[in-house]
Design a protein around this ligand. Structure first.
Ligand SMILES: Cc1cc2nc3c(=O)[nH]c(=O)nc-3n(C[C@H](O)[C@H](O)[C@H](O)COP(=O)(O)OP(=O)(O)OC[C@H]3O[C@@H](n4cnc5c(N)ncnc54)[C@H](O)[C@@H]3O)c2cc1C
Length: 447
């Protein structure tokens, strides 16, 4: 493993790889759940390459690829600026977010972090340091002028997903996300509006769930019992198991808009009491962070970071991008699948987020306004030998997204769908596919 601290050290690593006839692979926080961060060559950890500076125009800024989105947000805030759209987790790196075209949820503004890049310095496969700023290669977008976000989460009947209302809301909103809970026929709407800088508010969100140690412990045990029952051949046992998972789902739904025992409030100023609606800075509201350290029974940490209590809750993230006008068909397809096989969505339901069409070749929203459909499958403690309840439903939905809706899997979180040649055919239309294949030999590190 190499840990370059500056671009010249990256050049040296690439030159070494050339002389040894092997490849290099740069990565950031390694939060991608797919094979894109694997390598048989030299692994290059970019986390030490982090710096932040405002450019002379006082509008754009330059960052090292290893800087986290949380630090990007903090730095921009000091200069009265913010990113217009950002993925939900602040501990991923700028290089990783750009690498995978990571998105937030807006049709109004730029489609991803990548779409906000106006210039990149890279090291190519020949060890050359290059500056890329050609508009054909990099599509620019100015950073947001407003500085605060008003977020309001509320519940709506799920018919808004099929009668065009949700789509109209999406087109009119600065940022919007829907969490659909098919079992109760409801949608939690998370609607965010940019406000002028003069507005006051210091709330933060827990949209990437952070949990108390004790609640993780209880949920962890309940999940194991429920899935053990749900996968039992006895109908009575499996129906009881499914009922327990649905009960967890109802609690999870409540935590997205109401104060819910055992759950860290979704928006809060003090971290204890819920504020909904809430006002805060974009980096705190749209891209949250959670502690990845041990935190004890009453402490708060990322849902997957309660290892000290043997209560980690890990999930396999499945995300596919489909054309925006397929929402209604997709909802009807899922309803049909769920009428045949019981499936619950205890981690935030089925999530709908949006991106306007992008001209980045490898973006999943290339050439079409997009809805990103995401659901998380809670894993068993012994995930290689024991199945999660509802697996048949999850797999059928995943297959439908890929095949029926030409869904393009997220580069960093595509569940059990791999980036095979078949998936690349679905993901990339012929022009980007040809360009992608043509350029794949030019491995590069983003500085
Ligand atoms: C809790 C959580 C929430 C998330 N929320 C969202 C979300 O809201 N929206 C969304 O779109 N995604 C989301 N993701 C997925 C995440 O944005 C991507 O997986 C992202 O790539 C992770 O960044 P990373 O720093 O961990 O990069 P890694 O996983 O380490 O790398 C990702 C890719 O980028 C390449 N790469 C990284 N750094 C460099 C570099 N310096 N030079 C060249 N290549 C590089 C790697 O080779 C790899 O191909 C989430 C992930 C987590 C864990």
């Amino acid at each position: 493993m190499r840990y370059p601290k500056n671009p010249d050290e990256v050049v040296a690593i690439v030159n070494e790889a050339i002389s040894r006839g092997i490849t290099v692979k740069a990565f950031g926080a390694r939060h991608s759940q797919t094979d894109i961060i694997c390598t048989e060559g030299i692994p290059v950890d970019m986390l030490k390459l982090k710096f932040s500076r405002m450019n002379d125009d006082n509008v754009t800024a330059t960052f090292g690829a290893g800087v986290t989105l949380k630090d990007v947000g903090k730095f921009l805030l000091q200069h009265g600026r913010a990113l217009r759209t950002t993925p939900a987790y602040g501990h991923i790196t700028l290089g990783g977010a750009v690498g995978t075209g990571a998105h937030g949820s807006t049709l109004k503004y730029n489609s991803s972090i990548s779409a906000q890049v106006v210039q990149m310095t890279i090291v190519d496969g020949l060890g050359r340091k290059l500056v890329i700023s050609d508009a054909d290669d990099l599509k620019s977008f100015k950073i947001h002028l407003g500085l605060l976000v008003l977020a309001h989460n509320y519940i709506a009947p799920d018919k808004v997903l099929t009668n065009g209302v949700a789509l109209n809301w999406a087109r009119a909103s600065d940022q919007i996300m829907f969490c659909w809970f098919p079992s109760t026929k409801e949608v939690v709407v998370a609607n965010s509006t940019f406000l002028p800088v003069e507005t006051y508010g210091t709330a933060h969100s827990a949209i990437v769930p952070r949990t108390y140690g004790y609640s993780n412990l209880i949920l962890h045990k309940a999940k194991e019992i429920a899935y053990e029952l749900a996968t039992n051949e006895c109908t009575l046992a499996s129906s009881l198991g499914n009922k327990i998972v649905h009960a967890i789902e109802i609690l999870a739904k409540s935590s997205l808009f109401a104060q819910t025992p055992g759950f860290v409030p979704i928006y809060s100023e003090d971290g204890v009491l819920l504020q909904n609606p809430a006002i805060g800075f974009p980096n705190e509201m749209l891209s949250s962070v959670c502690s990845e350290e041990n935190s004890g029974l009453t402490g708060k940490a990322c849902v997957w970071a309660h290892g000290d209590l043997h209560a980690n809750l890990t999930a396999l993230d499945n995300e596919f991008a489909i054309p925006i006008d397929e929402i209604e068909n997709f909802v009807l397809t899922v309803k049909d699948i769920l009428s045949k096989t019981p499936t619950a969505f205890p981690v935030q339901g089925i999530i709908f987020r949006f991106s306007a069409q992008s001209d980045s070749y490898m973006s999943v929203s290339h050439g079409r306004d997009t809805v990103h459909i995401e659901f998380l499958v809670a894993k068993r403690s012994n995930s290689y030998e024991k199945a999660s309840g509802g697996l048949a439903g999850y797999q059928t939905i995943g297959q439908s997204l890929a095949r029926k809706f030409s869904g393009r899997s997220h580069w960093g979180k595509s569940g059990l769908i791999y980036h095979s040649s078949e998936m690349l055919d679905i993901k990339l239309n012929p022009i980007p596919r040809a360009k992608f294949v043509g350029n794949i030999g030019m491995m590069f590190n983003l500085l």
